[in-house]
Ligand binder design. Structure first.
Ligand SMILES: NC(=O)c1ccc[n+]([C@@H]2O[C@H](COP(=O)([O-])OP(=O)(O)OC[C@H]3O[C@@H](n4cnc5c(N)ncnc54)[C@H](O)[C@@H]3O)[C@@H](O)[C@H]2O)c1
Ligand SMILES: C[C@@H](O)[C@H](N)C(=O)O
Length: 374
């Protein structure tokens, strides 16, 4: 493989050019010469562009048209300026997204295209959101394996070659039935039973490996199920907790595909996006780890329905269990221990269940009023 041929050649040269260092570990030699895994000699001089500390980062978000990307772009653009944050995806953006800031086509399976985007736009931060989530992953394992694993390899190599700060989200789905589930700490057995979970454990381990081996500034948060009002989830096991609001407002009825007592960690999108910005901005010396659990609340479908029924007493919730999703949920954490994130870089959530429900209902209430007014 070219990567490893180049690696051994560069490492050999580094060892030979340092007198009396035959006992030096390979990793140190490699990191000291800023080697990157797919680097080709003819390109070497292009990889050393340095940015002053005061420059805003230039951010690329992959898979940016999913549930989380558009909101993250909005937050980062507010902080770093509209033109410093590029959204990308393989889908056609809706016109409001297209007109709200830079958008570019990027297929993460196309290494050269990705590299060209990073070079031409002088990208310094990469937020890698492209993925197939848990339920759609089980329905198309080959595609999930390709996007979530091969795609990640392209991202890691490009980030290492160009000295990028890289954020890759992981998930509660990176744990499995043999993990402690209540609570689930950062470090414990991880034997997920979905291709999604397996690919996320792979991403955590590969990112940490590239950090130790090549000095890649890899940062990773394990998100709980994320709840948002203005963007729809892309085929996960926690989707019911978003769908219930849409159906409650539209029809006053909701049929849940998980059992009423299925407890899962959840978070409102604003907390999730703020955590992502905070960990990306955290000084290196505050990060005792590179992969952190983050959490806000844990609830069951029944508890969520009861909280909604406080404001919509007529809401009718029934249950028709989807066995694939239920099996996945039954293998995931019930409560997430995020004490390391709170201790190291000051993570603190703002939304508990009552605030979440109120915020979601306010959003839909405002939308309904606007629709009536038009
Ligand atoms: N939403 C959640 O509840 C949640 C929870 C934990 C972790 N995460 C993680 O956060 C990230 C973003 O999640 P999301 O909910 O926005 O996902 P999503 O499914 O809504 O969006 C994923 C996006 O990836 C894009 N994509 C697919 N194949 C691609 C390819 N070959 N090249 C480029 N883009 C491609 C899709 O078009 C889609 O827009 C994912 O990595 C996910 O695993 C999400
Ligand atoms: C939890 C998360 O990774 C995603 N919402 C899913 O259910 O697949």
């Amino acid at each position: 493989m070219p990567v490893f041929r180049t690696l051994s050649k560069v490492a050999k040269q580094a060892l030979l050019s340092t007198p009396g260092c035959s006992c030096q570990p390979l990793t140190v030699a490699v990191r000291n010469i800023s080697f990157s895994p797919r680097q080709v000699t003819s390109d070497a001089s292009f990889h050393s562009v340095s940015f002053s500390e005061t420059d805003h980062p230039k951010v690329l978000i992959t898979g940016g048209l999913g549930q989380l990307g558009v909101g993250l772009a909005k937050l980062l653009r507010k902080r770093f300026g509209k033109n410093n944050v590029i959204l990308s995806d393989i889908r056609k953006p809706p016109s409001n997204v297209f007109h709200s800031g830079p958008f570019i086509y990027s297929d993460i399976l196309d290494y050269k295209n990705l590299r060209e985007i990073v070079v031409n736009n002088r990208i310094t931060w990469l937020v890698h959101y492209s993925a197939l989530l848990s339920a759609v992953g089980e329905a198309n394992v080959a595609l999930a394996r390709s996007v979530n694993i091969n795609g990640l390899h392209n991202i890691l190599d490009i980030a290492a070659e160009h000295g990028l700060r890289l954020f890759v989200p992981s998930t509660i789905g990176a744990f499995g039935p043999t993990s402690p589930r209540n609570p689930t700490p950062d470090l414990c057995v991880q034997r997920p039973r979905t291709i999604y979970g397996v690919s996320k454990v792979h991403a955590e381990l590969m990112g940490e490996y590239y950090h130790h081996r090549y000095g890649l500034d890899f940062r990773c948060l394990r998100y709980p199920g994320i709840i948002s009002a203005d963007s729809m989830p892309g085929g996960g096991t926690t989707d019911y907790a978003v769908q219930i609001f849409h159906d409650a407002i539209k029809s006053g009825k909701f049929e849940c595909n998980l059992r009423p007592d299925t407890r899962l960690p959840m978070m409102y999108i604003d907390d999730c996006l703020r955590a992502t910005l905070e960990v990306m901005e955290a000084p290196v010396d505050t990060l005792s780890m590179r992969t952190y659990n983050i959490n806000a609340m844990s609830f069951t479908p029944e508890e969520l329905a009861q909280e909604l029924q406080k404001q919509m007493p007529e809401l009718d919730v029934t249950y028709d269990v989807d066995h694939v999703r239920q099996a996945i949920a039954d293998s995931w954490p019930m409560n997430f221990d995020d004490s390391n994130a709170r201790k190291d870089w000051g993570w603190k959530h703002d939304y508990d269940l009552p605030e979440l429900v109120q915020t979601m209902l306010n959003f839909f209430g405002a939308e309904t009023l606007m629709a009536r007014a038009n």
